[in-house]
Design a binder for this molecule. Structure first.
Ligand code: OFO
Length: 180
């Protein structure tokens, strides 16, 4: 029988634990996607984009670990996700960043669903914990959109792609400065 009540041993319901474990899968996938993208960029000579994506992959693993800690501390069990079906090659550098944006939009939706659930079930502790992710997603979507704008502003002809790669490298530095 499902234990959907909070007990002395746990402050999470099973349903919330399940949703957070699903989010762990998403963050693990984000990390794996960005690692694969970074590797492809490196093989194509887009070294700044590769660096941006390697760092981003590490950050996503950090997000996954944040969820691990929370779930276990709240009396649940965080599960290491199985991750398969990673795309290894891309038609273009633009396609890489289009995929980043599409993926981040999905992650935001998923976070919002859990936030919504927590609010409806009055799990204000998890609701509060998730606010960090809400803000993080806003930043990440903004960064992905900015990356795509760089393609539109500079254009991909001639030395355009080389310049785009340089500018994408600067985006990560800018976000590091903003985050302090
Ligand atoms: Fe985890 O922030 Fe993107 O996906």
């Amino acid at each position: 029988m499902k234990n959907n009540i909070i007990t002395p041993k746990r402050s999470l319901t099973e349903e919330t634990e399940k949703m957070l474990n699903t989010q762990i899968i998403m963050e693990g996938k984000s990390s794996a996607y960005y690692l694969s993208m970074a590797s492809w960029c490196e093989t194509q000579g887009y070294n700044n984009s590769a660096e941006f994506l390697y760092l981003h992959s590490d950050e996503e693993r950090g997000h996954m670990l944040k969820l691990f800690k929370y779930v276990n501390e709240a009396g649940g069990h965080a599960l290491q996700p199985e991750i398969t079906g990673i795309k290894h090659s891309f038609k273009s550098l633009r396609e890489v960043f289009e995929d980043v944006l599409k993926h981040e939009i999905q992650v935001t939706r998923s976070i919002h669903e859990i936030v919504d659930y927590c609010l409806n079930t009055k799990d204000y502790t998890t609701f509060n914990f998730l606010q960090w992710f809400v803000m993080e997603q806003r930043e990440e979507e903004t960064m992905a959109r900015r990356a795509l704008e760089v393609f539109d502003i500079i254009g991909e002809d001639g030395i355009g792609l080389w310049t785009i790669d340089q500018e994408i490298g600067k985006l990560h530095q800018a976000s590091d400065v903003e985050q302090g």
